[in-house]
Design a protein around this ligand. Sequence first.
Ligand code: SF4
Length: 224
Amino acid sequence: MELFLRNLRNLWFLFAKAEQLRLIGFLELMRALPRTVSPRLLAREPVQRCDFPRCGGACCVYGVWVDLQEIAAIRQAAALIQPHLPADARSLPWFQEREEPDPHALSGRVRQTTVLPRAEHPLGQACVFWRPQDAKCALQVAAEAQGWHPWRLKPFYCILHPLDLDEQGRITLDDTSALLTTPGSCLRPAAEPQPLVQIFAPELRWFLGETAFRRLLAAAQAEE
Ligand code: SF4
């Protein structure tokens, strides 16, 4: 009987682990969806990326909209994430109840992460996953602790930011003069114009894959 129970426990553990990996794998799948890029990204602009950690994770001020399928995958990895959350956020709901339609989300619906007052944050409030002690995202810290890619548990729109999707779902960037005056926009002025494709190379590689990214880079260089 004892052996039977032990085997049953092992089987349950393996099943739970496989389910966890299946859902986390779903996040990878979602990012592997074919994405297209607006010609806007072939431009050169006098901007540069934010200077984390000096920015204090300003972009986490309003939380983020998360696809329902991503929420399921994040919840499935809860045991890995919990130890990296601020202590006062561990027992809180991570996502707000209200659902919104999103034509670019895989499930078609999104929910926003919970936002908390945070005196330590440069703008006085932040996403439930934002950590006051180092301004890092608990989802990223949890993935790194597993030896995974830092973005493996991160919501799609967090990785994308400050890039955006246009009405056709193509990856783009809003008008930079507006972004530069928006708190938490993750952009700073630069002395010289640089190709947007190069500034956002890590994100574009992640979403497009190496081959498509190289094609995009060549197209941007041909524009110069
Ligand atoms: S999920 Fe992480 S990166 Fe995204 S807004 Fe929240 S703390 Fe910031």
